[in-house]
Write a protein that binds this ligand. Sequence first.
Ligand code: AHR
Length: 323
Amino acid sequence: MKRRNLLMAATALSLGMGSMVAAELPPLEQKERYRVGFAQMESNNPWRIAETKSFMDTAESCNWDLIATDAAGSAAKQVADVDSMIAQGIDILFLPPREEKPLIPAVKKAKAAGIPTFLVDRSVDPAAAQPGTDFVAFLGSDFIDQGRRVAEWTIENFEGEKGIIVQLEGTTGSSPANDRKSGFDDAIAADPRFEIVASQTGDFARDLGRQVMETLLQAHPEVNIVYAHNDEMAIGAIQALELAGRKPGEDVLVVSIDGTRDALQAIIDGKMGVTVESSPFFGPLACEVMNRYAAGEEIEHWVQVQDRIFTQDNAADHIDEAY
Ligand code: AHR
C-alpha cells in the first residue's frame, strides 16, 4: 500500500491539534547506495556489541555506506552524534535512543533536515514524539510483554512458599527499564505469594548489577528471587550472591531478559532459571524495512520483533547461536 498523503493530517486531528497539520515524513529516494547513520548509545555489553556488528555485517549486502558512532553511555553525546551525521548528509537514520526523553530533539532535528528516522530496539516518550509523525517507525520487542513473561514463568516455577524479590532495573528513563518493570510488577502482583522488597537501577551493566546486588543483599538477606532487566545484571547478581555464600539456582532463583551466551550457560549450569529473548540482530530487519520505505510502502508504526524463551529445556540447543 502507498503512503497516504492524508496520514499526517489524520494524526494531527486524532491528537486534538485542530486545524494544525503536521509536516509529512521525509521520503527516501530509491538509489544504488545509501549513506546510513547508526548512532549506538554505548558498547559496554555483549548485547550492544552484537547489535552494532549486525548493522556492520548488513552494510555490504544492503548497499550501505555506514556511519556508526558510539555515545559511550551519554545521551548528550548521542544527540551530538546524530547532529554530526546530519551534517555529513546521511540519507536515513537508525537510532536506539538511550533514554526516552533526551533524544527527542535529535529525532525532530533529523526530520527537519529531511532524514527519515527509524528507532531501533528502544523508543522515545510517546507523549513527545510519535511514529508516523516525528519518525517513521519503531523496530523492536514488546518490553512490557517480556517483563510479563518473566513474571508468569516465575509464578509457575517458584517452589517456595514466599517469594522475596529484588529487582535490578535497567537504565533509568529508558523504554526497556520502564516497560520491563511495569510488565513484571503488574503480573507478579496477581499472586500474593510474591513481594518486591527492593527495586533499584543497575544501568543494564554487569559491574553495577553486582555492586547493587551486594548492597541489597545486606539490606534484604531474606531475598530468594532476583529479577534483572537484562542478562548482564543477572550475571553480576549471580557473582554477588556467590561471594555472599548464597547458591543461585538452589536458594535464590535468578530470572532475566536478553538471551546472551553467558546467561544461557548460567541456565545450563543451573544458576539461572529463565531468560526471555530480546534480540540485538536488527541489521537485516533495518535493511528490509528501509527498502520497503524507499519503494513507497506504508510502514507499520511498530515493526514488532517476536521473542523466544530460554530455560533448562532448550538453552543448550541455542547457546551456539548466542552472542
Ligand atoms: O534495549 C535493549 C536492552 O539494552 C537490552 O536488554 C540490554 O542488554 C541493552 O543494553
